[in-house]
Design a protein around this ligand. Structure first.
Ligand SMILES: [Zn+2]
Length: 254
């Protein structure tokens, strides 16, 4: 009886050790979260600033009709947007890409075929393909990348950063979910109630019927402008972040 108990204790002890090893391995392999990537400056969600600035971002375009309508609205309110474009659509709509570029908006990479499942090498190839397409139209090579659905792995981020890109997400509370056609009012409410200094808003100008997005934007822009917001590109936002970091460092020194 005593030997049986000892045996059970030994088996249990081994199990505990195995489970702990497994847990440690899994934790180490798990993808790093926001605090790590934000501090490392590899991914940006939004920034802390006292300046009344906000970045409007548009995914999945360009689209011949909706993107042009978005651009008309942005221009009307002296707003700059950042467009995370899909390579396939870039090739179909080069004139829209050229217009974005010439009107001072920021072009950014959102893969070539918008795959929902893909390997890192495949994604790297898609990113390069899209950048080539944008470069051949504008002579400009984007420096920003947004993964499909904002999903990433450590392996992907490492590769993308190694290639000189910064990864851009969005303020989680400013995901308009406009691709679900939630209604113009819902999109307007999310943005107007949630907007804070240094935030990043997520819209979609392609990938389907974006009538609601355009109508919502027409209501959002004048209100935020009246509140004193300036609409800047992601690169502008990053510059402001950089400037305040330097100021903080200098303040710490003196
Ligand atoms: Zn997308």
């Amino acid at each position: 009886m005593k030997r049986k108990v000892t045996k059970i204790v030994i088996v249990l002890a081994i199990l505990v050790v195995l489970v702990s090893i497994f847990y440690v391995v899994v934790t180490m392999a798990a993808d790093r979260g926001r605090p790590y990537y934000e501090n490392a400056g590899k991914i940006v969600w939004d920034i802390k600033t006292e300046e009344k600035i906000i970045a409007l971002t548009f995914d999945d375009g360009p689209h011949k009709k909706y993107t042009n309508e978005v651009l008309d609205l942005l221009n009307k309110y002296d707003a700059k947007g950042t467009f995370f474009v899909v390579g396939e659509q870039v090739e179909k709509n080069p004139e829209v890409i050229l217009r974005m570029y010439e009107e001072g908006h920021e072009l950014a990479n959102h893969t070539y075929s918008h795959p929902f499942k893909s390997t890192v090498p495949q994604l790297m190839e898609e990113i390069e393909q899209t950048n080539d397409a944008i470069f051949s139209i504008t002579g400009y090579a984007p420096k920003l990348f947004r993964p499909v659905e904002g999903l990433y792995t450590d392996a992907l981020i490492e590769e993308v950063v190694k290639d000189g890109y910064k990864v851009v997400m969005w303020s989680w509370h400013l995901d308009t979910e406009d691709w679900k056609d939630p209604g113009v009012k819902r999109i307007v409410d999310i943005v107007l109630k949630g907007s804070r200094k240094g935030n990043v808003v997520l819209f979609h100008d392609g990938g389907g019927n974006r009538k609601q997005t355009v109508e919502a934007l027409a209501q959002i822009l004048p209100v935020l402008q009246k509140e004193g917001y300036k609409f800047v590109t992601i690169s502008d936002l990053l510059q402001v972040q950089q400037k305040s970091k330097v100021q903080q460092e200098n303040a710490g020194k003196s």
